[in-house]
Design a protein. Structure first.
Length: 170
C-alpha cells in the first residue's frame, strides 16, 4: 500500500476495528469511537493498517513517523531493483570470423551485466534471396555463447532481418 491509501483518524468509517496499541500490544476488537479516544489520549493517530481484514486492523501510532518510515522502505525497495535492458547486436550475412568474435565478446559483456541481447542478422538487396542459408550464423552465435547464455527467443524472420534474443544463464 502506498502512503496516500492509509486512512487516519476521522476517515475511518467502520463500526468496529481490531486495535493494536501504541507499544504493539493487541487491545482487541473495539468500536471506532473508543479506538479514536485511546489514540487521542495517547496523543497519537489512529491508522487503518489492514483494510481488507475482518474486522479491519487499526494501529495507534505517530502518523508522521509512520509515513516517513514507509517512504524510506519504498525508496530502499526501488534501489534494489535491477532493470534489465535489451541490447542489440547487428550482424550481416557476410561477416568475417574475426568480426563475429568481436561481436560475441560484446554480447558476453552485456550478458555478464545482466542485460538481454538481441542479435539481428540484417539483409540488404540481393542478400534477401539467401536468407535461409545464412541462419547458421545465428545458430553458431548461440552455440558459441551456450556456456553463458540461453536462447530466450528462437531465430525468427522479421521483414528484412532475422532476430533472436539471448538471456543470461541462471
Amino acid at each position: 500500500m502506498t502512503i496516500s491509501e492509509y486512512m487516519i483518524n476521522e476517515q475511518i468509517k467502520d463500526k468496529e476495528v481490531r486495535l493494536i496499541g501504541a507499544d504493539g500490544e493487541m487491545i482487541g476488537i473495539v468500536s471506532v469511537k473508543e479506538a479514536q479516544k485511546i489514540a487521542d489520549d495517547a496523543g497519537l493517530d489512529l491508522v487503518k493498517i489492514s483494510p481488507n481484514a475482518k474486522p479491519p486492523v487499526c494501529k495507534v501510532i505517530d502518523y508522521g513517523k509512520f509515513r516517513y518510515e514507509q517512504t524510506r522502505k519504498e525508496k530502499d525497495a526501488k534501489k534494489k531493483q535491477k532493470i534489465v535492458e535489451l541490447k542489440e547486436i547487428r550482424l550481416s550475412p557476410n561477416i568475417e570470423a574475426n568480426d563475429l568474435n568481436t561481436k560475441m565478446n560484446a554480447a558476453k559483456k552485456f550478458l555478464a551485466k545482466g542485460d538481454k541481447v538481441k542479435i539481428t542478422l540484417r539483409f540488404r538487396g540481393r542478400e534477401m534471396a539467401h536468407m535461409n542459408s545464412s541462419k547458421h550464423i545465428l545458430d553458431d552465435f548461440a552455440e558459441a555463447l551456450a556456456d553463458v547464455a540461453v536462447v530466450e527467443k528462437a531465430p525468427k524472420i522479421e521483414g528484412r532481418s532475422i532476430s533472436m534474443v539471448l538471456a543470461e544463464k541462471k
